[in-house]
Design a protein around this ligand. Structure first.
Ligand SMILES: Cc1cc2nc3c(=O)[nH]c(=O)nc-3n(C[C@H](O)[C@H](O)[C@H](O)COP(=O)(O)OP(=O)(O)OC[C@H]3O[C@@H](n4cnc5c(N)ncnc54)[C@H](O)[C@@H]3O)c2cc1C
Ligand code: SF4
Length: 564
């Protein structure tokens, strides 16, 4: 097929418009660069396209999930675990789930907005316990950028002074809801730390955006733009500079390289026409999400880079990690038949339980934090997950309706989100036999949890069961056995995949340097989760945003100095 080349040579071509790409587009256009942003998905605007306040009965499907909206018809993310025509494979014995968004703003349209800074220990874990690797940067290197992200986007939370949970520049947090107060009391009795949660939702006017009005539906996309999405907060100001060229439905195939060994643009498929096309640029920034960035690099083969671009170390695709995860839910009799009360709040938890223990007394390294869910949100299709699970629940007619009213809001759930250590058996590579509908070779995933993760998840299960017991409740499911992996979620299932183009000082063991600049190609940068050296017991996106802003500032300064 003939390739269509755009006549302009842009200062920067960015691939992907989610957290990492949206921030780079914002920062670089503000710094004066002319940017082409390639996005594989369609246009989307949370303010116009969100489904805020829609009732289940507004749709014949009652809001139930579809293949491209696995989290429900009203969810803000187009994409999912499987995308028609875009397969991925797993090696025998490996289980890995890969969530991919295909829309402007990527996964930031429906993410949980839990916005945590990595702490000082998280950048230097090897120095503390000898496992994995240290980052080439410290918390102090990233702190100014976390501060800038807080100021630009807005986040609520509370100043606590905890050692590895750095405070930010916070809006006031919402008060805990009834079920959160009960959970908090029980958890504190068991010695856990409980603080207000930290979510990128504004609770007072911020940079022209209205504060949250507590509809509790953040995953649908916020029509008042009160929570963070790249589409609502980063892309529009970038467009206002007049320097952003947004190219949607553009599936990047590879980064192209000139005779000088530098990146000179990106080739892509125009999904609307099926034709090959090309954007020329002086600098390329990859932010297509961690694994897709590894895929792009591995597929960018040339005579200069026969093993893929920026892959002289052979580590592209390696050191892939995901957050460990396991859940427990239960029924709390004292939360039955609650009098009507105000449970309005944000679309996420109002309390946060950070890691609270000393690993020297445990049989696993690293930690996890706890996310709490429950309460009386708007009922959706199939809500309450089976009334028959409640004592004497079920039946039909008036008594069934009555049971729903009595039991509604009387369940609670806890999810652990913990740190995995990178290992040699967890990585992605190009599958030699499979291509997607565009003819682009796809990824094959290899995955292995070790005892470090299994023992951590066992501890999660025991802790959550103890909290539910302390609340006087009954757990819905038996304790998973060792053979069941203690209920550990599949690799990728927590959707915090990181690594694949990790940063480091040594070009022999890492892909990018401390500025997320490829060791092998000085005008190639990566601003998604792939440069992460390790996970933390924190969700990653606030760090992706801070690093993207930091890298963009580095690019701007290098351009000014004429070095790029
Ligand atoms: C349900 C859910 C809840 C989450 N909750 C949290 C949370 O509470 N806190 C937290 O920190 N993180 C959370 N996450 C994770 C968070 O969404 C990601 O860490 C973050 O979005 C990653 O940003 P990114 O820019 O790397 O990727 P994305 O946001 O996924 O953006 C990547 C973009 O690149 C595009 N793209 C991909 N391939 C190509 C290609 N070949 N060519 C062109 N474009 C391409 C995609 O279409 C997409 O728009 C959650 C994720 C999900 C799904
Ligand atoms: S809870 Fe607040 S931030 Fe979330 S969608 Fe509703 S108004 Fe927007």
């Amino acid at each position: 097929m003939q390739s269509q080349a755009r006549s302009t040579t842009y200062d920067v071509c960015i691939v992907g418009s989610g957290a990492g790409g949206g921030m780079a587009a914002h920062a670089l256009t503000k710094a004066g660069a002319r940017v082409a942003l390639l996005e594989a998905g369609q246009m989307w605007d949370p303010i116009k396209d969100g489904a805020m306040l829609k009732w289940p009965y507004d749709s014949p499907r009652r809001g139930a999930s579809t293949r491209e909206k696995p989290f429900g018809e009203y969810d803000g993310c187009i994409g999912g675990w499987q995308i028609d025509g875009e397969p991925y494979t797993t090696a025998p014995g490996s289980k890995f789930d890969w969530w991919r968004a295909r829309m402007l703003g990527g996964r930031t349209n429906h993410w949980g907005r839990i916005s945590l800074r990595f702490g000082p220990y998280d950048f230097a874990r090897k120095s503390r316990d000898g496992l994995g690797d240290d980052w080439p940067i410290t918390y102090d290197d990233v702190k100014p950028w976390y501060d800038e992200v807080d100021k630009l986007i807005g986040i609520f939370g509370s100043v606590e002074g905890l050692p590895n949970e750095p405070d930010g520049i916070f809006h006031p947090p919402p008060v805990p809801r009834c079920y959160e107060r009960l959970a908090s009391n029980a958890a504190k009795k068991l010695g856990l730390t409980v603080v207000p949660s930290r979510l990128s939702i504004i609770t007072k006017p911020h940079n022209g955006r209205a504060p949250c009005h507590y509809c509790g539906q953040c995953n649908r996309g916020c029509m008042t733009n009160s929570n963070f999405s790249s589409t609502g907060v980063l892309i529009p100001p970038a467009q206002k500079t007049g320097r952003l060229t947004l190219i949607t439905n553009a599936m990047a195939r590879e980064v192209t390289v000139g005779k000088d060994g530098l990146a000179n643009g990106v080739s892509y498929i125009d999904k609307k026409t099926g034709r090959d096309a090309h954007v020329s640029a002086r600098i390329v920034v990859l932010a297509a999400s961690a694994c897709e960035t590894a895929r792009l690099l591995l597929n960018s083969k040339s005579s200069t880079f026969p093993n893929g671009l920026a892959n002289s170390s052979g580590t592209v695709g390696k050191y892939l990690t995901d957050t460990t995860g396991s859940d427990v839910s239960g029924f709390i009799p004292k939360m039955m038949e609650m009098p009507p009360h105000n449970e309005d709040g944000v679309g996420g938890m109002h309390i946060y339980m950070p890691w609270w223990l000393d690993n020297s007394k445990l049989d696993f390294p690293r930690g996890y934090h706890i996310e709490t869910w429950g309460g009386r949100g708007m009922p959706g299709s199939g809500f309450m997950g089976g009334i028959h699970r409640y004592p004497n629940g079920g039946g039909y007619g008036a008594s069934l309706k009555d049971d729903y009213r009595r039991y509604y809001g009387s369940t609670i759930g806890f999810s652990g989100r913990g740190e995995m250590i990178p290992n040699d058996d967890s990585y992605c590579e190009i599958d030699p036999n499979v291509v997607d509908q565009y003819g682009i070779p796809v990824l094959r995933f290899h995955w292995k949890w070790t005892d470090a993760e299994y023992n951590q998840v066992k501890h999660m299960q025991e802790t959550f069961r103890a909290i539910i017991a302390e609340m006087g409740g009954e757990v819905f499911s038996p304790m998973p056995t060792k053979e069941q992996g203690y209920g550990i979620a599949n690799g990728g299932a927590i959707i915090h995949e990181l690594g694949g183009a990790r940063m480091g000082k040594d070009p022999a063991t890492s892909v990018v340097n401390a500025n997320c600049q490829a060791h092998d190609v000085k005008n190639l940068f990566v601003t998604d989760g792939s440069p992460f050296v390790s996970q933390a017991d924190k969700n990653p996106t606030w760090t992706i945003l801070a690093l993207s802003m930091r890298t963009s500032d580095f690019i701007a300064s290098q351009r000014k100095a004429g070095a790029l």
